[in-house]
Design a protein around this ligand. Structure first.
Ligand SMILES: [Zn+2]
Length: 359
């Protein structure tokens, strides 16, 4: 879902917070505020991502991957957006009447959009654990106008940095399926001071939501503080999920205990091959393994046939030892490129023809 601009402060209410609902492999993060005339909280905007993606986005890839922001870059993109918002608010003389507040809140929404919305038009939102930071600023402006002092939001920013470390430890040492098939057993072995707490305060309630299907009531959690949100997520993951590290973008995502998918549902925004942009890691992974299955045996046969023939000519003295060594090294690399789906079978065959060894 995208940010929607507001027309009046009544659309948001007061005391804004970010609630979460984990349901059917999806996570809904919603902005909610108190309406003066209504006992139910308002839900002016909601955002979705697949299970574990928000946490995996904050942790970042476990190794350097081209075009995927590393953990430091993730924090700096959040920091840049936040400080842009902060200087905007500080540069305005007065934001005390409702019209000015609406204007500045819409500008904040516009600035923040790049953190959360995919460039290639996907319904999956990203970086959603940074949403409480932005919502705290908006809530503060509604309440205090130009007197807002950013104390609470600064604290959330500091927490995001702190949690990037402890969540990365939690993901790898407790949740990562390939390391620990049972989070409960992993928890008996690790130092609990290194992971977020499992205790949280907040309100659990039912929320009517229908982002993907018929309207239905889903359990939702409204945390007291940002720490409570993190603790709630961790305690749910430990009970109901495992983490996998995507074989394409190397970021974590969660899966229910009965699936073993290797690729995440994130949308690829920049890639080595432009044809991959806009697809998900899952789509690309499935395609590659399909292509591998189709061609791997044929590729291997083609390589072996050429290798044996060239080796035989070397034996007969038709090809020198040095030339053969250099050729076979490149031939192996070409075969691997073909197995990885980066060149086609026909291209490999042509390479063998063009590089037929003769003295
Ligand atoms: Zn991925």
């Amino acid at each position: 879902m995208k940010f929607t601009f507001i027309h009046s402060l009544e659309e948001l209410g007061t005391d804004l917070r970010v609630g979460v609902s984990l349901n059917n492999g999806k996570e809904i993060y919603y902005i909610t505020g108190i309406d003066a005339d209504n006992p139910d909280r308002l839900v002016p905007m909601s955002f979705t991502c697949s299970s574990g993606v928000a946490m995996g986005d904050l942790i970042g890839p476990v190794e350097h991957i081209d075009n995927i922001p590393d953990p430091k870059e993730i924090i700096s993109s959040i920091e840049e957006t936040y400080s842009e918002i902060k200087s905007l608010v500080l540069s305005v003389d007065s934001i005390d009447d409702p019209i000015d507040k609406v204007k500045i809140i819409n500008t904040i929404l516009l600035i923040s959009e790049r953190l959360f919305t995919s460039k290639v038009g996907s319904t999956e939102n990203r970086n959603l654990l940074a949403l409480p930071l932005i919502v705290e600023v908006i809530s503060g402006i509604i309440k205090s106008g130009s007197k807002y002092n950013f104390k609470k939001s600064d604290k959330i920013l500091a927490s995001l940095k702190k949690y990037q470390k402890s969540l990365s430890y939690f993901a790898e040492e407790v949740m990562f399926y390939e390391k620990n098939s049972d989070p409960a057993i992993a928890l008996s072995k690790i130092d609990w001071n290194k992971i977020p707490s499992f205790s949280y305060s907040g309100q659990t309630t039912l929320m009517l939501n229908s982002p993907y299907s018929e309207p239905k009531y889903v359990e939702s959690f409204l945390p007291e503080t940002f720490d409570d949100l993190i603790s709630y997520l961790c305690s749910r993951y430990v009970q109901f999920s495992h983490f996998q590290c995507c074989s394409n973008c190397r970021r974590y995502f969660a899966f229910a205990t009965d699936s073993k998918i290797k690729n995440c549902p994130r949308v690829i925004e920049t890639a080595r091959y432009s044809k991959d942009i806009g697809k998900t890691c899952f789509d690309v992974g499935r395609l590659r393994s399909h292509v591998r299955g189709l061609y791997s045996d044929e590729t291997q046969v083609l390589y072996q046939r050429n290798y044996k023939a060239t080796f035989a000519r070397k034996k007969k003295g038709q090809v020198s030892e040095d030339h053969f060594a250099a050729w076979s090294e490149v031939a192996r690399a070409m075969r691997d490129l073909c197995l990885a789906g980066e060149i086609s079978y026909d291209e490999l065959e042509k390479w063998f023809k063009d590089n037929y060894l003769r003295e």
